[in-house]
Design a protein around this ligand. Structure first.
Ligand code: C2O
Length: 352
């Protein structure tokens, strides 16, 4: 099979198990009156913006992110740039609301496949463009929550302040700060000392990014092409720390661990975006580590299959225009106009 293509006309009610609270109607985006436009890169002479870690940006910068979420929440729910609709994008691409163009019986699911990293990069990229427009701040970037280093191993305080727009009531109350995140959380509390938890987290990172991810398919996930059934297999990082941290934040007493622990609600928690900003950074980190080990050969880190490169997803931009984005468009963050500020990666050498 070739690339997987989604289209607004091929979106319908998601497949959510009947024993789970159903979303209000469905999670397809509002219809665009005009067909999607193809993605084009920003002006190459424009600024390269830096995404920085939450624990370094300071309260004033975090107040900007609070404003972004407040402004998005203030937009009418029908506006594709509203917080509600931004969360719905995740619901639509992650519960099978979209159908493969040409295969109406086949739901599209970006998880547990080689689309995991590029889809979420694109999702966050458009979220960020909308944020800049609403803030009227051309420099704004979504800070990353660096849960992979000791300085970032708690939920950042802004997110647990009940009067902040970043607060979400549907989280596990026992995982509030100063509790340290468990990157290998499988619904069982380990009750380690702080030092032990940090060490464990380092080992998880080393294993998932360095020692067990020596091939693109191991890191990214398995090939998923037109005509295939969804979820062929996840990459290392998607399973842990990605899924494990989702589950650790969500409320385990809810049927599906809502909000962060369930695909259809994860995007409703404002921590989702800084969390995924760090996932996006880890993609870059893995690529740097692999390319350094393999003589800067891109085929060691990117698939060359056109079924990957030319698969496409739809997002609304800051002007509420529907844009078609391919995986190929998402492979060079410099061309997308951003970079990550360097933070230490103590796990890169944490061989157990
Ligand atoms: Cu689409 Cu972190 O999940």
């Amino acid at each position: 099979g070739g690339p997987i293509v989604t289209d607004q006309l091929w979106c319908s009610k998601p497949e959510i198990p009947a024993d789970v609270p159903q979303p209000p109607s469905q999670c397809c985006p509002p219809m665009s009156a005009s067909p999607p436009i193809n993605f084009t890169f920003p002006d190459p002479t424009g600024p390269i913006r830096t995404r920085r870690p939450v624990h370094e940006v300071g309260p004033e910068y975090m107040a900007k992110y609070e404003r972004v979420v407040a402004l998005m929440k203030a937009l009418p729910k029908s506006d594709p740039r509203s917080f509600h609709q931004q969360a719905q994008i995740h619901c639509a691409y992650c519960t099978g609301a979209h159908r493969q163009v040409g295969f109406s019986e086949l739901p599209v699911q970006v998880h547990y496949s080689w689309f995991f990293f590029p889809f979420h990069r694109a999702y966050l990229y458009f979220f960020e463009r909308i944020a800049r427009k609403l803030l009227d701040d051309p420099e704004f970037t979504v800070p990353f929550w660096s849960w992979d280093i000791p300085e970032g191993m708690q939920i950042p305080s802004k997110f647990v302040n009940k009067s902040s727009p970043l607060y979400d009531a549907i989280r596990d109350p026992s995982h509030q700060p100063p509790k340290l995140v468990d990157l290998d959380f499988w619904q069982v509390e380990k009750n380690l000392t702080g030092e032990q938890q940090i060490q464990q987290n380092m080992w998880v990172m080393y294993k998932q990014i360095v020692s067990s991810a020596s091939l693109p398919s191991l890191f990214h996930g398995q090939p998923y092409r037109a005509g295939d059934l969804p979820m062929p297999g996840a990459g290392t990082v998607e399973v842990a720390p990605h899924n494990t941290v989702h589950a650790w934040i969500g409320n385990g007493w809810y049927p599906n661990g809502e909000d962060m622990g369930a695909y259809y609600t994860a995007g409703r928690d404002p921590i989702f975006y800084p969390f995924h900003s760090n996932i996006d950074r880890i993609w870059e980190a893995w690529r740097d580590i692999r390319q350094a080990a393999k003589g800067n050969n891109r085929s060691q880190t990117d698939f060359t299959d056109h079924a990957w490169l030319d698969s496409s997803f739809l997002f609304y931009d800051e002007e509420a225009r529907l844009v078609r984005v391919t995986v190929r468009d998402m492979l060079d963050i410099k061309k997308l106009g951003y970079r990550f500020s360097k933070v230490a990666m103590p796990w890169a050498t944490a061989r157990p």
